[in-house]
Unconditional design. Structure first.
Length: 104
């Protein structure tokens, strides 16, 4: 894991279990088992949910990578532990549960 990913992991861990997984040139960010965002380059992108729409309404919306079909929030308030906790806990309750893999 690179230095930026370690920083993200440490900052977001105030809210719960954070896992960062490498995926196709970027990284996926999971909170308590649910996918909440992506790390592309040295930026964190968070999914849009009612909570992120409310708490991050002043944040920039961008596509995390070329060809992406999803606009996501660019998050940069890593020192604000209160907003991180409220944001991730709210997003967790609004995001769907992980789909079970089909067995062959």
């Amino acid at each position: 894991m690179n230095e930026f990913n370690e920083y993200i992991h440490e900052a977001l861990s105030v809210a719960g279990d954070i896992v960062i997984k490498s995926m196709m040139g970027g990284y996926l960010v999971y909170f308590n088992g649910k996918l909440v965002g992506d790390i592309c380059g040295s930026e964190l992108f968070l999914k849009r949910t009612p909570t992120s729409d409310k708490l991050l309404k002043d944040s920039e919306l961008r596509y995390p990578y070329e060809g992406s079909k999803t606009l996501m929030y660019v998050f940069d308030r890593f020192e604000d532990k209160a907003i991180i906790s409220e944001l991730l806990e709210g997003m967790y309750s609004e995001l769907p549960d992980k789909k079970a893999r089909k067995t062959k």
